[in-house]
Design a binder for this molecule. Structure first.
Ligand code: NAD
Length: 353
């Protein structure tokens, strides 16, 4: 440690690895000092930014000035690098999905325990503003008791054309974006999961899923649709949430959306029938303007990204990790359950999850 800062080396200096440099900048107690990548060009980019470059992982791990290894390689090698780094006495931050299955994560955690090193997974989308708004809305019961939610990310550009298309690298959208949406979902309820069913999308003909739709029922009755798509020329909303007193929608990353709730000060007004196609309907008429309130999506209280500060605090024994390894392990078990449900075309019930 130099000047009261932990020295951190990024292993895998690609898209996300280089983005970490700017994310870590504001953290007063962590300094990116070096990079290692298997591609020379990526090392040259690191050198151009003034970082020390290493020509092997062994060189990183035998450098006693290095305190922390941050893993931002493709998913298949996270486990090996993590175990070697922990064994060499380094603390580790690992990108998501931490591993391609939950047994691999258990192996890493065993080594972290034996070596008494901190191992934390970068589940950064826990600090996304759209998620924080939904979390706040549920906690404060702004639309009553939430009984159903739908969380989606959709694009029209297919799977980025590299390792994400290949099974051997831990590719596919369930492991890539699914891990974020499922991590967020499990933070929205304290309930255990009751049942899971799912369908993987393979429209693009890749050997991995180009998206998926899953339907998850919790033991407390909450139901959720979690969906990732890469073949959607028109998107569905990012969030659609139904509660006993209203409905909330967040359409996109720009946080456009609205909340419609029963007005507690006005007695319910019977809706008037509307013309719908060739018929009239009262059932499908919008709620009356008089007895409902239309509220804007309000900014969340705090969106400060505190992952790295927390990591340092955990190393120093001052805080509990904000991303707990048990939570990450549960998300991986849910992903395995989704793969199994899709393969069997079944509703998997009586889950210990
Ligand atoms: P990328 O392909 O842009 O970068 C990966 C880099 O790792 C490349 O430069 C590659 O040469 C290097 N590499 C490959 N094998 C290596 C090895 N054995 N040792 C050292 N370097 C190696 O991929 P990316 O989009 O940056 O994704 C990297 C990781 O970050 C993945 O796990 C991905 O899921 C994750 N990621 C997370 C987020 C997030 O928001 N948390 C966003 C994007 C990617």
């Amino acid at each position: 440690m130099e000047q009261n800062k932990y020295s951190l080396v990024i292993v895998g200096f690609g898209g996300m690895g280089s983005y970490h440099v700017q994310l870590i900048e504001p953290c007063e107690r962590l300094a990116v000092t070096g990079v290692y990548d298997v591609v020379d060009y990526r090392l040259e980019l690191g050198a151009a930014k003034g970082f020390k470059t290493y020509d092997s992982l062994e060189a990183v791990l035998s450098d006693e000035t290095v305190d922390v290894v941050l893993i931002a390689t493709p998913n298949d090698v996270h486990k090996d690098i993590a175990i070697r780094a922990l064994t060499a006495g380094k603390h580790v931050i690992c990108e998501k999905p931490v591993t391609v299955d939950s047994a691999d994560l258990s192996d890493i955690l065993e080594v972290a325990k034996e070596t008494d090193r901190v191992f934390m997974v970068h589940q950064n989308r826990r600090w996304d503003e759209d998620f924080l708004i939904i979390q706040d809305l549920i906690e404060k019961k702004k639309i009553g008791e939430v009984f159903h939610l739908e969380s989606r990310v959709q694009g029209a550009n297919g799977i980025p054309g590299d390792w994400r298309q290949l099974k051997a690298y831990g590719g596919g959208m369930l492991l890539d974006w699914g891990v974020h949406l499922l991590d967020q979902l499990l933070l929205l309820t304290g309930s255990k999961i009751d049942s899971v069913t799912a369908e993987l999308s393979t429209i693009l003909g890749t050997e991995v899923d180009d998206g998926f739709t899953s339907f998850i029922r919790f033991k407390d009755g909450l139901t959720a649709v979690i969906e990732v798509g890469t073949t959607n020329f028109i998107k569905l909303p990012r969030w659609y949430v139904k509660g006993t007193e209203g409905t909330a929608i967040i359409r996109d990353w720009d946080l456009s959306g609205e909340i419609v709730v029963n007005n507690p000060d006005v007695a319910k007004v019977e809706p008037k029938p509307i013309q719908a196609g060739q018929g009239l309907t009262k059932t499908m008429a919008p709620p009356s303007e008089e007895s409902t309130l239309r509220l804007p999506i309000e900014k969340a209280q705090s969106t400060k990204q505190s992952f790295y500060d927390n990591f340092v605090s955990v190393i120093e024994g001052k805080s509990e990790p904000l991303v707990k390894n048990e939570e990450v392990h549960r998300v991986l078990r849910l992903i395995e359950t989704i793969f199994e449900a899709a393969e069997k075309r079944a509703v998997l019930k009586d889950l210990e999850l």
